[in-house]
Design a protein around this ligand. Sequence first.
Ligand code: NAD
Length: 273
Amino acid sequence: MNIQVKTQDSASRPLVGKVSLVTGSTSGIGLGIARALAEAGSDVVLNGLGVAAEIGKAREKLAAEFNVRVGYSPADMTSAGSIAEMVAATLAELGRLDVLVNNAGIQHVAPLEQFPVEKWDAILAVNLSSAFHATRAALPSMRQNRFGRVINIASAHGLVASPFKAAYVAAKHGIVGLTKVTALETAEEAITCNAICPGYVYTPLVEAQIDGQAKAHGISRDQVIRDVLLAQQPNKRFATVEELGALTVFLASDAASSITGIALPVDGGWTAH
Ligand code: NAD
């Protein structure tokens, strides 16, 4: 992991001096959250798949724009060993870990009887087990510092189900459970753990579903977005990565010290049904 060093603190930024690690932050929601944390003054470690040159550019851009240190770990979220190494490297190279955002996630849509077993295993590994492995590795240093924020990016599908998403819905309900256990075990040590449960957010993960659904239903992309994806989302618009970034910064801040163990929907009213 290479670190690009920039040092210029600003009192107006609530997370100056903090170090954040965001899994799955080379794209979509994770990258938006990493950007918001950097803007708030936190040093950031990115993680995720992608083209090395593009990841390098994303790091340089964040470091230059917000004067923070930006690291990168290529750890594979299906590997417990790589995840432990990612946390160890963060502690070794940036000196501490204050905010862990478990965000990496993948999706596969198929009826239960035809759901490929390897897709089930991969989704459970990336969307659920990786959060367990990262949290397990991060907690000892958070306990030592008597400060920590674990923020799990679950989903509205952590609270309610949709057909054809057996693995995703199971993993997301699982991460809401893991959030509560983590919160209970750390509550006396100024560590909080919360889950954010977004409805649909326009990212590459959602883009990948639009054409498939259009073909499956024989309808246009616009109809898929309104009548399939946003059918359950009463405000009929995608949540944005900026909204999720701002919420993450709030949950990482001192103002959220008493908020722990919750699963907070950001879903335009979906789970109010
Ligand atoms: P995305 O596809 O844009 O990003 C996923 C990230 O995870 C990427 O950085 C990718 O490289 C990384 N990743 C995937 N497999 C990995 C692996 N094995 N090892 C390391 N990194 C890996 O997706 P997104 O929409 O930004 O989703 C981010 C999170 O938000 C996921 O947990 C997803 O379930 C959740 N979520 C998304 C939506 C939505 O509508 N987009 C809604 C609710 C929840």
